[in-house]
Design a protein around this ligand. Structure first.
Ligand SMILES: CC(=O)N[C@H]1[C@@H](OP(=O)(O)OP(=O)(O)OC[C@H]2O[C@@H](n3ccc(=O)[nH]c3=O)[C@H](O)[C@@H]2O)O[C@H](CO)[C@@H](O)[C@@H]1O[C@H](C)C(=O)N[C@@H](C)C(=O)N[C@H](CCC(=O)O)C(=O)O
Ligand SMILES: Nc1ncnc2c1ncn2[C@@H]1O[C@H](COP(=O)(O)OP(=O)(O)OP(=O)(O)O)[C@@H](O)[C@H]1O
Length: 484
């Protein structure tokens, strides 16, 4: 068992009362989880101030309280004061778990779209090349081959450090992880020694949390500002905020691009529904991915592998074997030749990109029918723009429910309808029930047509009024297709 002194190593703190040699059980930031002998770290949250729960943590047996204030009544327990407890928690957790990131090569992926795809493809590629790796992503967490359900895109510092410690114990050499703007802002990634950071793109999203685009950008940039000089910072050279990310970084700056001058370049030679032929740094590679945005994703994966010391001759053959990530441009075909694409596009930009990806491979005779909704209790400004993007590049659009959460689905759809102009109304239907919406799209489609079912991707539930009901777009489509 570690002592308090050991887990405070390298941190700035003030011992207000008590004893540094006290052995510590677990570290918690949630008073409800505290048991006898544990450390409770009081964090000011987005809703409440964790300092209010110090009495509860003490009642549950906390032997150490870490707080931002020194005028806290802790009885016989030890009180440690620190300036920024959210950040301190990452460092405490790293010490507690033996600083696992120092024993892994850790690469973080950030940006509005593409994080899950890139992190997952890196994890799969490195496995194919012969390494043991870990993955922290929206869909699943992996420690080697063992999978765990994901709670967050980027979980809290305690969970991250614990997962990384398990990765080290399991013999992993690499950890690929998504880094969300919420996690950067809340210092969930403090205490991680990154070896590389990747930036994908930045478009309007999460403004319910960050309030302004400038604040959102600032959160993403903080990740690159804090990378060490030993790490690489790989950015999308074709994206207008790509270079902004690198302005204050100490890390080794690298770029990838399809259009601009960059360290890593790629050209799209052929585009098909089931794949693209790419020229990556002068070598032709067939990939099982569609859509230009996936050329960017694959190029960043290739660049990262090379920056981590792999050889192009090993990376490119492995890359050509990679398959789409669950719910990201996944294609289903009906017995009579209709196509359905399930995609997690839940931001206007992602939807625009997916529809452009579909347009690129159209022969001209088929219709594109898009089924899309927008989440409740999330950024409302996205709603009309989602509908607008859908209408711009589809022949028919069915507006439907996504995860309404605590909102009324009809109201969310009405908010989306605002983005549809009068002359476009005739190609838009609104069907609240998502299953019915998908069924209608399948009935309207002719052989050869493409149905895009957007927004939920890999999710296997629909959240209505706080309850998660089983719902899987792919399952629903297969059922309807099989009945045709
Ligand atoms: C808005 C938000 O991001 N909240 C996150 C935040 O919680 P919070 O600051 O809101 O917590 P709070 O309720 O204000 O409580 C403050 C403190 O009091 C403590 N407390 C509270 C009650 C109690 O009885 N006892 C107690 O000790 C809490 O444990 C906490 O330490 O810190 C928690 C611990 O890290 C997160 O679990 C929680 O994520 C919530 C559940 C969430 O839904 N977050 C989403 C928005 C999110 O993070 N999403 C991103 C990606 C999004 C994307 O790309 O799509 C992600 O990385 O997943
Ligand atoms: N590089 C990219 N540029 C733009 N859009 C992309 C890119 N990669 C994927 N997309 C689109 O965004 C959707 C989400 O992709 P992905 O899950 O990889 O992103 P993400 O950043 O992890 O999103 P989230 O944080 O919301 O989970 C995809 O289904 C696809 O529609």
């Amino acid at each position: 068992m570690k002592t308090l002194n050991e887990i405070l190593s390298g941190l700035n703190y003030e011992l207000v009362s008590g004893d540094l040699s006290v052995p510590v059980g677990q570290i918690h930031f949630d008073s409800r989880k505290v048991a006898r002998g544990d450390v409770f770290v009081a964090v000011s949250g987005t809703h409440v101030d964790g300092h209010a729960y110090i009495p509860k943590a003490l009642e549950n047996g906390a032997s150490v309280i870490v707080a931002e204030k020194s005028d806290v009544e802790v009885g016989a327990s030890t009180l440690v004061r620190m300036d920024h407890t959210a950040k301190a928690m990452g460092l405490l957790a790293a010490n507690y778990y033996g600083n696992p990131s120092a024993n892994l090569k850790v690469v973080g992926v950030t940006g509005t779209n593409g994080k899950t795809t890139i992190a997952t493809l890196l994890y799969r590629l490195f496995k194919k090349v012969g390494y043991k790796a870990g993955l922290i992503s929206t869909i699943k967490y992996y420690v080697g081959d063992e999978e765990f359900p994901a709670t967050h895109t980027t979980p809290d510092a305690l969970q991250i450090q614990s997962l990384m410690a398990d990765m080290v114990d399991a013999g992993c050499q690499y950890c690929f992880m998504e880094v969300s703007s919420h996690a950067i802002d809340q210092d969930r990634i403090a205490g991680i020694e990154f070896d590389g950071g990747i930036f994908t793109n930045l478009t309007h999203d999460h403004l319910d949390y960050h309030k302004t685009f400038a604040e959102y950008l600032k959160a993403k940039k903080k990740f690159f500002d804090n990378l060490p000089a030993t790490a690489f910072a790989l950015t999308n050279g074709d994206e207008k905020n790509g270079r902004v990310m690198l302005q204050n970084t100490k890390a080794v700056q690298k770029t990838y691009a399809l259009k601009s001058l960059a360290d890593f370049k790629c050209k799209v030679l052929e585009k098909h529904l089931d794949g693209m032929l790419l020229d990556v740094d002068g070598t032709e590679v067939w990939t099982h991915f569609s859509g230009i945005f996936n050329a960017y994703n694959l190029l960043s994966v290739y660049a990262t592998a090379l920056l981590l010391g792999e050889k192009a001759d090993d990376v490119l053959p492995a890359m050509s074997e990679l398959r789409p990530v669950a719910g990201r441009f996944e294609i289903l075909r009906s017995p009579d030749g209709k196509y359905a694409i399930v995609d997690y596009a839940h931001t206007p930009d992602a939807l625009k990109n997916v529809l452009s990806g579909i347009s690129e491979i159209r022969t001209g005779n088929e219709q594109v029918i898009t089924v899309v909704g927008a989440g409740g209790d999330r950024d409302k400004t996205k709603r009309p723009v989602m509908a607008k993007e859908a209408v711009l590049q589809s022949d028919r659009v069915i507006l439907t429910s996504d995860n309404p959460r605590t909102e009324v689905p009809e109201q969310i759809i009405a908010d989306m309808e605002v983005g549809v102009e009068a002359h476009q109304r005739k190609k838009v239907l609104s069907i609240v029930n998502r299953k019915e919406a998908i069924r209608t799209a399948c009935m309207l489609a002719q052989p050869g047509d493409i149905i895009l079912v957007a927004g939920k991707g890999h999710e296997d539930y629909q959240e209505i009024n706080g309850v998660k009901y089983h719902f899987d777009d792919k399952e629903v489509i297969s059922e309807i297709f099989n009945a045709i």
